[in-house]
Design a protein around this ligand. Structure first.
Ligand code: HEC
Ligand code: HEC
Length: 293
């Protein structure tokens, strides 16, 4: 009772109004910034809002074009939607030369904040005629052997990054004769160049949209040159992967091992066919006089 009467007293003056503003405003700002932060950290490498096409489509007006449920599904896993045969998803996917957008399994509240931010941006920003990234990607320029080698050394950590980040093969593997086997924490990158194009890979390296990678390079970003070398290496690994003898001998290795073991067991069975079958210990034990306790 005392509570409600003190509230009523405040309601009479402007203090009450200020109190409400003071309580609501930070919450409102927080929602704003977290949508923005999410977008900057996870999406801006590939998307602009009203700034034209980058690796992916311009997201200006996307909130009006698509339903919220569709957007949520697409952001969480665009490929699941494409594979389910959803016409709109298939159309954007094909328009972007079947470039795969990474999955963002974010909680629903964060997706909602993202969409609020995307919806609030753009709209009356003038249309920018952007270069057709996807086409540029297909006509990939040949890479210099020197860049490829530098990229390879950075990838496997035999050259250190100037800002000291970890080598990529701590977490990733690329099938290539020259590469020491890499980690399996994250996806294999052998054909990532075909999937994302040089711009896509470059965008990811400049500002990784994946939390694990973000943490690894947060205070030790890659330099522009390092990114160019790595992209060159990934392009060449992708082009050459069909000609490589991967170190992954797979089932052949397993099968020859199993066959070899079989032959060995057969061999032992033959040379030791006259061996004692029972346990020696058991015979000694049986010979002892019974013990008394
Ligand atoms: C590595 C680049 C990359 C990143 C990072 C990325 N996207 Fe995409 N995005 C794409 C590409 C490429 C497409 C085109 C469709 C496809 O390839 O599946 C796309 C398509 C979309 C679409 C469909 C657009 C339309 O017109 O229907 C939405 C929505 C979208 N992205 C939102 C996001 C959001 C939100 C984030 C951040 C959480 C994000 N994307 C991060 C590359 C990316
Ligand atoms: C600490 C571990 C870690 C390190 C180090 C790391 N990454 Fe990643 N990377 C990840 C994770 C996790 C993902 C998220 C998706 C996945 O599992 O592939 C990812 C995704 C990627 C992707 C997108 C793959 C795809 O198909 O969606 C590329 C390209 C990539 N990394 C390149 C690199 C390069 C080049 C380096 C070295 C500069 C590097 N990464 C270092 C953990 C790492």
């Amino acid at each position: 009772m005392t509570n409600s009467s003190s509230l009523e007293r405040h309601a009479a003056g402007p203090g009450f109004f200020l109190m409400i503003v003071a309580l609501v405003l930070p919450a409102f700002c927080w929602a704003q910034t977290s949508g923005e932060q999410l977008f900057q950290a996870s999406c801006s490498a590939c998307h602009s809002i009203g700034g034209g096409r980058r690796v992916g489509p311009d997201l200006d007006g996307v909130v009006e074009r698509r339903s919220e449920a569709w957007l949520g599904q697409f952001i969480k896993s665009s490929q699941s939607l494409v594979k389910s045969g959803d016409a709109e998803a298939v159309a954007v996917f094909e328009e972007f030369s079947s470039m795969v957008m990474p999955d963002f399994p974010l909680p629903d509240e964060e997706i909602a904040e993202l969409l609020v931010y995307i919806g609030a941006q753009g709209s009356n920003v003038p249309e920018v005629v952007a270069a057709n990234v996807a086409e540029e990607t297909q006509a990939a320029t040949p890479v210099s052997a020197d860049h490829v080698l530098k990229g390879l050394e950075l990838f496997q950590g035999s050259t250190r990054f100037s800002n000291g980040g970890p080598g990529c093969n701590a977490c990733h593997h690329v099938k290539n004769d020259a590469v020491i086997g890499g980690g399996i924490l994250a996806r294999e990158l052998t054909t990532v160049f075909s999937r994302m194009g040089g711009d896509g890979v470059g965008a990811i390296l400049g500002q990784a949209p994946f939390p694990v990678m973000q943490a690894a390079y947060k205070n030790q970003p890659l330099t522009e040159d390092e990114i160019a070398y790595l992209v060159a290496f990934l392009q060449s690994a992708d082009e050459q992967h069909l000609f490589q003898q991967p170190r992954d001998y797979g089932f052949g290795l397993f099968a020859s091992g199993a066959l070899g073991a079989g032959v060995m067991y057969l061999f032992f069975a033959i040379i030791w066919r006259g061996r004692k079958r029972g346990s020696v210990n058991q015979e000694i034990y049986d010979r002892q006089p019974p013990s008394h306790n």
